[in-house]
Design a protein around this ligand. Structure first.
Ligand code: ADP
Ligand code: ADP
Length: 209
């Protein structure tokens, strides 16, 4: 299965991806995770991306497209992949389409996790992750056990200000990819409000898996 998870920041893409990849046995390709790793390692790509990410801006298309094309050409993507956070602009969606077509491959589904803007800020500011396991928590909605709480970290861009900027970018830059995939007949809309378990069931129903 070749699929994309799309949705506003904090919609639950990472949370759902972690559950679905085990079920589908495909690699999880999160451009946010890849970019954060590059920033941490101090690579050339990371240096280019850092300032954009901190302000809640999108990293330029050419940087992200090159990174993703290289990643999806790897052997582990041969039988499928779950793209999370990519594409985020029309040029990214078009570049992905060209790359897949050249490889003789096609996308099966694009799952849009819908969450109203009013719920986004509280999801983002309460988000924490476990550096040891990568598990995502929420201080209120998905609280961590006491023995892990002290080691949890918060993303630098999970502030109220950067979140508002990201949400604005989502509407201006990312939302236009929705009609693009709808026209291809592969868009599946899923209500992202409810418990993570409920949302997983909706995604599974939409994908028929
Ligand atoms: P969220 O979990 O809030 O949806 P991500 O972890 O996917 O955010 O992305 C964090 C940041 O990384 C984005 O705000 C942006 O700066 C950068 N980024 C991630 N994916 C892309 C992309 N496809 N195009 C441009 N920038 C990206
Ligand atoms: P994204 O990858 O789309 O940015 P995450 O999966 O990181 O989103 O989720 C953002 C925050 O919201 C996290 O703190 C996560 O624990 C929490 N969260 C995820 N799914 C739900 C849900 N269905 N209801 C409430 N909170 C959720």
């Amino acid at each position: 299965m070749r699929m994309i998870l799309v949705g506003p920041p904090g919609a639950g893409k990472g949370t759902q991806a972690a559950r679905l990849i085990t079920l589908l046995d495909i690699p999880h390709i999160s451009t946010g995770d890849m970019l954060r790793a590059a920033v941490k390692e101090g690579t050339e790509l990371g240096k280019q991306a850092d300032a954009f990410m901190k302000r809640g801006d999108l990293v330029p298309d050419d940087v992200v497209i090159g990174m993703v094309i290289e990643r999806i050409s790897m052997e582990d993507c041969g039988s499928g992949m779950m793209l999370d956070g990519f594409p985020r602009t029309r040029p990214q969606a078009e570049a992905l389409g060209v790359a897949l077509e050249q490889a003789g491959l096609a996308l099966d589904s694009v799952v849009l996790i819908e969450v109203p803007d009013g719920s986004i800020v509280s999801r983002i500011v309460g988000r924490r992750s476990d550096p040891k396991t990568g598990r995502i928590y929420h201080l209120e909605f998905d609280p961590p056990a006491e023995d892990v709480v002290d080691r949890l970290v918060q993303r630098k861009d999970d502030t109220r200000e950067a979140c508002v900027a990201r949400l604005r970018k989502y509407h201006s830059e990312t939302a236009p990819i929705i009609p693009f995939y709808d026209a291809l007949g592969i868009l599946r809309r899923v209500d992202g409000v409810g418990s993570p378990d409920e949302v997983t069931e909706r995604v599974r129903a939409a994908l028929k898996v």
